[in-house]
Design a protein around this ligand. Structure first.
Ligand code: GLU
Length: 302
């Protein structure tokens, strides 16, 4: 494993300097783009890492996976009447489709879908923020994990588009809670800071039929795990999901903070971090590193 990661690292590192950090969230515009790290967590919990793998970063949309899992833990399949499971083919923050489709978001990994899931989680937990923080601490085995209030406040101050989606869903009677409160909880989740090592550990249950060897418990059933991985494969990479499937062929989720998590079912989970993004908002070095990984292990889910 170490020589696999060392090989990917030296192949991809020369790309540092390409791409652009997300600047639509002012607090993220200040992040140093010259960072690159990878961590792999095997299904028995062993970590292999390279580069900036222990540096915490803003997990952003990767939080949407954990938010969905929290919701799936507490609701049955009726969840899928409020949110779809089809790829959107549109940018993650598009409002257009939501109106065409009567306030039912296409999937839980676009912003509208994640806001809807946050609404659902809010109806179940007295403190959704504590629930998410504790869930991530348990899954990663790191009790220090926290949300960065500066990032969350910066997102809240620039919330107009996300707020528009939530109010539109409320107008279609597909939103139960106070919009502003749900937005604050959604941004709290996006502003969680974790390292590649934390995230590779936290996502490992998806590579292990729902069982987390870090938390030593079943997080989702094997069937629910299959559902989440299928959704990640079709909708986890913004509107690059198709070419990511061609190039990498693994279920994955990216965030505008520059992280990408992916799973090799039955074997290991992986997290790559490099803040400079490509045109659709995925980490430029992250996608290249995962492409190199999939070639080197000659394995994909397809
Ligand atoms: N907090 C970001 C937003 O809502 C998440 C974006 C992302 O990582 O895709 O715009």
């Amino acid at each position: 494993m170490q020589s696999l990661l060392d090989g990917i690292y030296s192949e991809i590192k020369p790309l540092l300097g390409q791409g652009k950090v997300a600047d639509y969230i002012p607090a993220l515009a200040k992040v140093d783009p010259h960072q690159f790290g990878i961590a792999i967590c095997s299904n028995n919990g062993e970590i292999t890492e390279v580069g900036d793998a222990n540096k915490p970063f803003s997990i952003q949309s990767i939080s949407k996976v954990f938010n969905l899992v929290l919701a799936m833990n507490h609701y049955d399949d009726s969840l899928w009447q409020r949110v779809g499971c089809e790829p959107s083919g549109l940018p993650f923050n598009s409002l257009v489709q939501l109106e065409y489709e009567n306030g039912i978001p296409r999937n839980p990994f676009i912003n509208a879908g994640a806001l809807l899931i946050s609404d659902i989680v809010q109806s179940r937990f007295a403190s959704p923020q504590v629930a998410m923080r504790d869930f991530l601490r348990t899954l990663s085995g790191n009790a220090e994990i926290h949300s960065n209030p500066e990032v969350a406040d910066s997102e809240y101050a620039h919330r107009d588009r996300n707020a528009a989606m939530a109010y539109l869903m409320r107008d279609y009677n597909n939103f139960d809670n106070e919009v502003e409160e749900v937005l604050q909880n959604y941004f709290f989740n996006c502003a969680m800071e974790m390292s590649c090592v934390d995230l590779a550990r936290a996502i490992n249950f998806l590579a292990n039929r729902g069982y987390s060897s870090i938390a030593e418990k079943q997080i989702l059933s094997a069937d629910q795990t299959r559902q989440v991985n299928a959704l990640l494969a079709t909708s986890g990479m913004y509107d690059e999901a198709g070419s990511f499937a061609l190039k990498v062929g693994l279920p994955g989720k990216s965030g505008v903070g520059g992280g990408i998590v992916a799973v090799v079912p039955g074997r290991f989970s992986i997290c790559v971090f490099s803040p400079a993004l490509n045109k659709v908002g995925n980490s430029l070095l992250g996608v290249a590193a995962l492409e190199s990984l999939s070639k080197r292990i000659s394995w994909s889910v397809y």
